[in-house]
Write a protein of this length. Structure first.
Length: 532
């Protein structure tokens, strides 16, 4: 029998075959039974480096394209997890698109350190670039696995991830049930994924081959959630575990599980939120965007309803994962992280979706339940939902912080974080590559087109007024010759903020030592050109 013909086992099921559908009251009554969560712990957990029963278990739940605030529509998280967790109110993803953000969480590196800026080779990213840059050997799971953790990933890994059946899993993972790139089909119901050979022991799984399987009609969110539960129940109680559950939800095409098809809710806004008619102060890629907001060809309100229905399945699996942690005696000693790889815009600043530096696309919910925490806490520090989370995971395991992030709870004095990205097509128009700087209340962006933006969110929460002038694109005269571009004069308000914008520009320049290759040779020498 060739390796390609080797039969594989379906993901191991938990001991109880009965699947509960949690209602708000039902979850609290059943899951909370017997749970005693002692004193709140707001600082990073720092147990001994050696694997021991006191070493915390770590569970990361990472959704895909979840708008900030949508957690309010998820009953388990809203009514059970949040009241015993720390909410980080100012969580940002420095590169607000799937593959770079996930790379940062897995490695603790910003995009200009990992070399992963986008979702495919054309955009300087994707799994092949991640692999070629050697990131898989320096990842958080490798370090945790070396420290004695049993590790497992269940769901989406990185854009472009494919395998040949029988190919070894990425280093650092004991259990590897990851969806692979699909050539068409609905990724919620028609997907391919990796599976282990039957009866592969955890102790023998390092570098073991995995085998591609095709879905058999099971909804992907629930399928991967069950695999995560099986992993939690499989790992011996004396071994600390690191489980990463990465559902595809609520990514387009926003297909809900049949039982939740009618569970979507209306958004908290009636019209497109913070809609902006005059964008003459914005870069030209924004000015070229269609005036009417469409998200994946649909009205924004319809997409919100679809996403909230899709997330009900995620919420149910969160409840089942917590139940498995409690049932195996791990819950009181588990660091639980819930966040998204990026935010999502519904037309704010005339922009939709993700992959831009603006607030709706780059800000996310970040909920962390520390071992022993028994009541809600709020943290207003500016944090990253990926690089800082990576630092927190290593610190929790008693390992050195080898990342570019800061453990959550220790970043109160930071000056800000870099924002960066390669070019991207936004509804038919290319957005230039950019590199910038974000503080709690401000955003500065410099594009490869030489355009710049500065927003002060204290006075302008919606980011509607760019406080520094835009350099106009030179237009052709009657004889076809380009007229020289003219810089707009600063108005009084712009003059007041010019000094602050210069400070943020200097911080961005210091951080952007290796901008996206299409930006230009350096932060000070951008060369990207509009082609429309």
């Amino acid at each position: 029998m060739s390796p390609n013909d080797l039969p594989v086992a379906a993901p191991r099921r938990r001991r109880s075959a009965r699947v509960r559908s949690w209602s708000r009251a039902g979850l609290i009554a059943v899951v909370c039974a017997g749970l005693v969560i002692p004193n709140v712990a707001l600082n990073p957990v720092t147990p001994p480096a050696s694997a021991a029963p006191s070493t915390p278990n770590i569970v990361v739940i990472l959704t895909d394209d979840q708008p900030k605030g949508m957690i309010e529509t998820m009953p388990v998280l809203r009514d059970y997890v949040v009241p015993t967790s720390t909410t980080f109110a100012n969580a940002v993803t420095p590169t607000s698109v799937c593959c770079p953000s996930r790379t940062s969480l897995l490695t603790g590196k910003y995009s200009n350190e990992s070399g992963v800026y986008g979702i495919n080779r054309k955009k300087f990213g994707g799994y092949k670039v991640f692999q070629a840059k050697g990131n898989q050997h320096e990842s958080v799971p490798v370090k945790l696995n070396n420290a004695g953790y049993a590790t497992g990933l269940f769901g989406k890994y990185l854009n472009g991830y494919r395998i040949d059946s029988g190919e070894p899993r990425p280093p650092g993972w004991n259990r590897w049930t990851a969806t692979v790139e699909n050539d068409g089909g609905n990724k919620y119901t028609d997907y391919r994924y990796t599976a282990d050979a039957p009866d592969l022991a955890l102790a023998e799984s390092a570098g073991a081959p995995t085998y591609e399987q095709r879905s058999q009609g099971e909804y992907v969110t629930s399928h991967m959630g069950k695999a995560a539960v099986d992993f939690i129940e499989e790992v011996p109680s004396e071994v600390p575990l690191f489980a990463v559950y990465t559902p595809y939800a609520p990514h387009a095409p926003f297909t809900p599980e049949p039982k939740f098809a009618g569970a979507g809710v209306n958004p908290p806004w009636k019209k497109t939120p913070d809609s902006e008619k005059n964008v003459s102060d914005k870069p030209h890629w924004v000015q070229e965007q269609p005036k009417k907001a469409k998200v994946e060809g649909m009205e924004p309100r319809a997409v919100w309803r679809k996403q909230t229905a899709v997330l009900r399945s995620v919420d149910e699996q969160v409840g089942l994962i917590i139940e498995a942690l409690e049932r195996t005696g791990r819950w009181e000693n588990t660091l639980l992280v819930f966040t998204s790889d990026n935010g999502y815009a519904f037309g704010q600043n005339r922009v939709t979706s993700k992959n831009n530096p603006y607030r709706p696309s780059s800000e996310v919910d970040l909920i962390v339940r520390y071992p022993g925490q028994q009541e809600a806490a709020q943290n207003g520090d500016l944090v990253t939902a990926n690089v800082d989370v990576a630092a927190t995971l290593l610190t929790a395991a008693g390992l050195p912080n080898s990342t570019s992030g800061l453990p959550l709870g220790t970043s109160g004095g930071r000056l800000g974080i870099p924002m960066m990205g390669t070019w991207n097509k936004m509804r038919g128009r290319k957005r230039p590559p950019y590199c910038g700087w974000r503080t709690t209340d401000e955003l500065f962006v410099r594009y490869g087109s030489k355009e710049e933006e500065y927003y002060n969110y204290r006075i302008d929460p919606g980011g509607k007024e760019n406080l520094i002038p835009i350099e106009p694109v030179a237009k052709k005269g009657k004889k076809g010759k380009k007229k020289p571009a003219r810089i707009k004069k600063l108005n009084r308000k712009q003059r007041l903020y010019a000094a602050r914008a210069a400070e943020l520009r200097a911080l961005a320049a210091a951080a952007c030592t290796n901008p996206s290759p299409d930006f230009g040779p350096s932060f000070d020498k951008p060369t990207w050109k509009y082609k429309y």
